[in-house]
Design a protein around this ligand. Sequence first.
Ligand SMILES: *[C@@H]1O[C@H](CO)[C@@H](O)[C@H](O)[C@H]1NC(C)=O
Ligand SMILES: *[C@@H]1O[C@H](CO)[C@@H](O)[C@H](O)[C@H]1NC(C)=O
Ligand SMILES: *[C@@H]1O[C@H](CO)[C@@H](O)[C@H](O)[C@H]1NC(C)=O
Ligand SMILES: *[C@@H]1O[C@H](CO)[C@@H](O)[C@H](O)[C@H]1NC(C)=O
Length: 337
Amino acid sequence: MKASVYIGTFVAAALGVQAGVVAPTQPSIRNVYTFPKNTFIENIAVRSNSKLLITSMSVPDLFLIDPTVANATAPIVHTFANATGISGIAEISPDVFALVTGVWDLINTRAQLGSLAVWTVDFNRRTTPLVRFVTQIQNSTIFNGIVRHPTNPRILLAADSALGAVWRVDLVSGAYGVAFVSPLLAPTETAHLGINGLKAAGSHLYFTNSAQKYFGKVGIDANGNQVGAIEVISNATAAGADVVYDDIALNLNKKRKNGQAAPEAWIASHPDYAIGVSLVDGSQRVIADAVKLLNPTSAAFGRGSFKEEKTLYVTNGGEFTPEWDLINEGVVAIDLR
Ligand SMILES: *[C@@H]1O[C@H](CO)[C@@H](O)[C@H](O)[C@H]1NC(C)=O
Ligand SMILES: *[C@@H]1O[C@H](CO)[C@@H](O)[C@H](O)[C@H]1NC(C)=O
Ligand SMILES: *[C@@H]1O[C@H](CO)[C@@H](O)[C@H](O)[C@H]1NC(C)=O
Ligand SMILES: *[C@@H]1O[C@H](CO)[C@@H](O)[C@H](O)[C@H]1NC(C)=O
């Protein structure tokens, strides 16, 4: 697997890249919004009207950002009761989003047992969105990435980074349980987040395992049960010794200039990367930027216009000051061509 490295100015300077060595052009990275300190930014979903929905594991607020205006603001859509933060968010039907709240222990990235809850937020209204409680999960300590089942609209699938499992939640009845569990989805003794990002397409789930440092896929049936073996698509270590994969954005409709299909995934990766992975051959394109990419936690393509669809939004978890304040958490835009 080959990895071509797009070196940002800062990194190039730090590495002392010599004159005459032509680094491939780095796509431009724009800051969209920076949150106040100690607002750990976790996940992103994009509405069809271009607006970004942003979750934070440190506050129980759902934020809405219009990335198409200068000097974007981040008004709160809703503040969730009985929670300290929000993890995954995913669209489950047009302009209706599911999300997961919990009472989080951020050091250990686990929720208090019994505190995880699934909610839906419906924007198909003129006034304030309709927020609906779906269910409380009694026996998981983390739902990380979530995704609606690709064909069954009743089923939400959730990545349990602690148990190494994919759960299913019936969005209508609120019933839930483990769909499948595997050692390949589990964390390790030294890294406590196993399966992390989760996306779905066709009859497959695409996921990252942060601890085991790979991006993979697995077949599922109409109820979310595992079909066939888990396959590794790319290895984080092959992209860089320090790369830790986090959440994923899929771009299945990408075509080369000659019209050939070139489906890809973009993976928000710690500490300073956005990594494009070809779903055809697993080759990786590494965008590194130690100034603008600060512990990237998730990524999503823009929507609503041709320009937005070429824009990859990446959430930054932020960086710690010497006083252990988290700063520069937010959203940046990468203009991919
Ligand atoms: C955005 O902020 C800059 C700097 O404060 C200011 O000069 C500019 O007028 C603002 N633009 C808009 C559209 O508010
Ligand atoms: C929050 O918890 C309290 C106490 O258990 C409960 O009465 C209330 O219904 C909960 N609120 C929501 C929105 O779940
Ligand atoms: C969690 O609880 C559900 C519902 O009671 C049950 O079906 C499931 O087997 C439990 N799973 C685990 C991992 O404890
Ligand atoms: C990734 O590559 C490393 C280094 O070659 C190897 O040790 C590791 O087993 C690979 N991981 C997977 C999941 O293939």
